[in-house]
Design a protein around this ligand. Structure first.
Ligand code: MSP
Length: 644
C-alpha cells in the first residue's frame, strides 16, 4: 500500500429528494476513491445522511409520520440513487444510528466535563429554516443572512461551545497549512470571516421547541444542535472512541468534500471542535462550486432542479459521470444544460473515444481478429504515444491538485491524437496493399494506447471502460494505474478482439428541438402515410395533466442572433413573473407581429439554453402545409390563466 486515503462527502439531509448537487459530490468522491484504489492506496470512502433537526422534523410532521419513519423512508432514495450511479462507498452512516449517537453523547460529555461547553442565557435571533442563531448585526435587512427569511427574537438558556477561544489558533493554522482549506480563495474567505470576533457556538436546542435530536447527556431538557451532531459523523464512522486501530488507520481524512455553501461550518466549527477534542485536523477540506441550470441557481420554486435519474436515462450512467467530472472545474460554478450534456457526449465519447475503439476493432477483425505484435514504425507514432504518456503521467498530479477536468482533458487529447494517427496512417490502405509490417504497428499502437487510456478513465466510467478492455481482449483482467506506473502493463499482442456494438452510440440532437412549437412540421415523405388511428399512442388523463398549459402575453420580442429560425421572447406568465422563451417561429412571425399577443405555453417544461439564450417554456402552434399559426385563446384572457 502506498498511503492512506480517506474521503468523505457531506451527509445529506433526508428531508429532500437527491438532486444533481448531491449526485455530483458523491460521484466526485467516488471517482477520487477509485483513482486512489487504482493507485494502490489504502482507500476508504464514507457518505451518509443527516437525519436530525428541524427540517426533518417539519418534513415528517407535514407527512403525518414520525421523524424516524420519515428518515427510514427517505434514506432509501439516496441509497438507491448511489447504486444506480455505481457509487462504491465503503460505509454509509446515518446520524440516527446508535453507533453515531453514542459517540456524539460521549463527545458532548467529555467537552462539558472539560469546561469546553457551558450554560448561558441566549439572547438574539433565530432562523427556523436554517436552525441557526444570529446576532443583531448578522441580520441582513432584519432577515436571515443565509436564506433571507424572517427570523424570530429569542431569549432562552442554552449550552455553548467555547469556539471563540480557538480563533487565534485557527487563523494561524489556516495560514500555516496552505492545503488545509481549498481552493486557496476559500481559505481567504474563511480568514476574512475570522477578522471579526468569533462568538461561542450555541450547541443546544430546548426540547420544548425541537425534540428531534440527540439528547444532551448532561441535561435531558435539550437536544444537540444538528450541525454539532452531524460533523461528528466523519469520525464516529471510522472507529473514534470505539476502535483505536481502525481510527488510526483512517484518520486524518485526506479529503473532505463539501459544497461552497457549507464552508463555514466545515472551516470554522469543525476544526475548532476537533481541536477541543484533541484530534488531528483533516488534511484538506475542499469546497466545490455549484451546478447552475444554465446561468440560474437551481431551486425548487423555479422548478429548474436537475434530476440525475433523467440524465442517466438520457446518456447512461457512465457518460453522465464523465460529464459531471469533465465539465466542472473544481472550485468554480458550472452550468448544466441537457444540450451541453448531449454535445459533450457526442463529441468526446461517441465521435472521439468510441470511434477510435470501433476503428481498431473493425480493422483488427478484418485482419484476422488478433491484435498483432508491432511491425515497422510508420514514423507517425511519436505524437500519439507522447500524448498518451503525458495523460498517464499528468493524471497523478491533476488528482493531487484537484484538477480532475484537466486530467480528463489530457486523456481526451490523447484520444484525439489517436484518431489523427489513424487518419495519417490510413491503415485501410495498408490492409489493401498488404503492407502488414506497418498495419501491425498501427493496430498494436492503437490497442495498447487505448488500453492505457481505458485505465485512466475507469474510475470515471467503470462500466464502459470494463467493456472497452473486454472488447480489446482483456476480459476479467483488472488493470490499475499502479500497473501503468510500474510498467507491469500486460501486452495486448496476441489477444483476440471481440465484435461489439458501439461503446457510445451517437445520440441525435436537434439543436432546435427544444425551441420547436409543439406541432412539429410533418416531414413530407412519400413512404410515410398518416398513422392509422389505432397506432396513435394514447395518454391517460393523469399523464396529460402533468403538462401545465398557461396563457402568456408576449412583452418583448427580438430575433436571436445567429439563428434565422428563432425568436427570443419575454413572456408575462402571470403572478408578476416574466420569463425568457426561445421559439422557432421566426419564419412565420416578425418580432413586431408577435409582440403583445396572448399565446399558450407549456409552463412546466425543463428549462433549456438554446444558442446561448435561456428558454423556460414552449409555445403552442398549429402547423399546416407551409404555414404556422400560434395557438391563442378566445376573448380577453389575462396572462397566467390555467388551460386544461
Ligand atoms: N446536511 C448538511 C451537511 C452536513 S455535513 C456534516 C447539508 N446537506 S444538504 O443535503 O443540504 O447538502 C449537501 C451538499 O449538496 C452540500 O455540499 C451542498 O453544497 C450540495 N449542493 C446543494 N445544491 C448544489 C448544487 N446546485 N450544486 C452542487 N452542489 C450543491 O448541507
Amino acid at each position: 500500500m502506498n498511503s492512506k486515503f480517506y474521503v468523505t462527502t457531506p451527509i445529506y439531509y433526508v428531508n429532500d429528494k437527491p438532486h444533481i448537487g448531491h449526485a455530483y459530490t458523491t460521484v466526485l468522491a467516488d471517482v477520487l476513491a477509485s483513482f486512489h484504489r487504482s493507485m494502490g492506496d489504502d482507500t476508504y470512502f464514507l457518505t451518509g445522511t443527516d437525519e436530525h433537526g428541524q427540517k426533518v422534523e417539519n418534513a415528517a410532521a407535514k407527512n403525518g409520520i414520525s421523524p424516524q419513519q420519515h428518515a427510514d423512508e427517505t434514506v432509501v432514495r439516496f441509497q438507491e440513487l448511489w447504486k444506480e450511479l455505481g457509487i462504491t462507498n465503503d460505509d454509509f452512516i446515518r446520524t440516527t444510528e446508535a453507533r453515531h449517537k453514542e459517540v456524539v453523547r460521549e463527545v458532548l460529555q467529555e467537552l462539558y466535563d472539560k469546561g469546553e461547553i457551558y450554560k448561558d442565557e441566549y439572547t438574539g435571533w433565530y432562523c427556523v429554516g436554517c436552525e441557526r442563531y444570529f446576532t443583531e448585526k448578522d441580520l441582513v435587512e432584519g432577515k436571515c443572512p443565509d436564506c433571507g427569511r424572517e427570523v424570530s427574537a429569542l431569549q432562552e438558556p442554552n449550552y455553548f461551545f467555547r469556539m471563540s477561544k480557538y480563533q487565534d489558533w485557527l487563523i494561524d493554522y489556516i495560514k500555516t497549512h496552505p492545503g488545509f482549506i481549498q481552493p486557496a480563495f476559500r481559505a481567504n474567505e474563511t480568514l476574512g470571516f475570522l477578522k471579526q470576533p468569533l462568538v461561542d457556538l450555541c450547541i443546544s436546542r430546548p426540547k420544548a421547541r425541537l425534540s428531534w435530536g440527540i439528547e444532551l447527556p448532561f441535561d435531558s431538557d435539550y437536544v444537540c444542535y444538528v450541525w454539532f451532531d452531524a460533523l461528528i459523523n466523519y469520525i464516529s464512522a471510522v472507529g473514534y472512541r470505539r476502535n483505536d486501530a481502525e481510527f488510526a488507520r483512517r484518520w486524518p481524512a485526506r479529503c473532505q468534500l463539501i459544497g461552497k455553501d457549507i464552508l463555514n461550518t466545515h472551516s470554522v466549527y469543525w476544526p475548532t471542535m476537533l481541536k477541543a477534542m484533541g484530534i488531528e485536523m483533516p488534511k484538506t477540506i475542499f469546497a466545490h462550486g455549484w451546478w447552475l441550470t444554465g446561468n440560474t441557481k437551481m431551486s425548487k420554486s423555479l422548478g429548474n432542479v436537475v434530476n440525475p435519474r433523467e440524465m442517466i436515462g438520457l446518456v447512461g450512467v457512465d457518460a453522465f459521470r464523465y460529464f459531471l467530472m469533465a465539465e466542472m472545474t473544481l472550485g468554480n460554478d458550472a452550468s448544466f444544460t441537457k444540450e451541453a450534456l448531449l454535445r459533450r457526449y457526442n463529441s468526446d465519447l461517441a465521435n472521439d473515444l468510441g470511434n477510435l475503439l470501433s476503428r481498431v476493432v473493425k480493422l483488427t477483425l478484418r485482419a484476422g481478429g488478433v491484435i498483432p505484435a508491432p511491425g515497422e514504425s510508420t514514423g507517425n507514432e511519436a505524437e500519439f504515444n507522447a500524448a498518451v504518456e503525458s495523460a498517464v503521467s499528468g493524471m497523478r498530479s491533476c488528482l493531487e491538485n484537484m484538477k480532475l477536468d484537466q486530467g480528463l482533458a489530457a486523456v481526451l487529447n490523447a484520444v484525439r491524437a489517436g484518431n489523427r494517427y489513424v487518419e495519417q496512417c490510413a491503415p485501410w490502405a495498408m490492409a489493401k496493399n498488404n503492407d502488414t509490417a506497418h498495419l501491425n504497428t498501427v493496430l498494436y499502437t492503437v490497442a495498447a494506447n487505448l488500453r492505457k487510456l481505458g485505465v485512466l478513465l475507469a474510475p470515471v466510467m467503470p462500466g464502459k471502460m470494463a467493456e472497452l478492455q473486454r472488447v480489446l481482449g482483456g476480459e476479467n483482467e483488472v488493470l490499475t494505474i499502479g500497473d501503468l506506473a510500474s510498467g507491469n502493463f500486460a501486452d495486448p499482442a496476441g489477444r483476440t478482439v471481440l465484435e461489439s456494438e458501439p461503446l457510445f452510440p451517437r445520440i441525435q440532437i436537434e439543436e432546435e428541438k427544444a425551441a420547436a412549437p409543439c406541432a412539429k412540421p410533418e416531414k413530407k415523405s412519400k413512404e410515410k402515410a398518416a398513422p392509422a388511428p389505432e397506432a396513435v399512442e394514447l395518454v391517460t388523463i393523469d399523464q396529460f395533466c402533468k403538462v401545465k398549459l398557461k396563457t402568456a402575453k408576449v412583452v418583448a420580442a427580438e430575433k436571436l442572433e445567429g439563428a434565422d429560425k428563432l425568436l427570443k421572447l419575454k413572456i408575462d406568465i402571470g403572478e408578476a413573473e416574466v420569463r425568457p422563451l426561445v421559439a422557432g417561429v421566426a419564419k412565420y412571425y416578425t418580432p413586431e407581429e408577435i409582440m403583445g399577443k396572448t399565446i399558450v405555453v407549456v409552463s412546466n417544461l425543463q428549462p433549456a439554453t438554446i444558442r446561448g439564450a435561456e428558454s423556460r417554456g414552449m409555445l403552442l402552434a398549429a402547423k399546416f402545409g407551409k404555414e404556422l399559426r400560434l395557438v391563442t385563446v378566445d376573448g380577453d384572457v389575462p396572462a397566467g390563466a390555467d388551460i386544461g
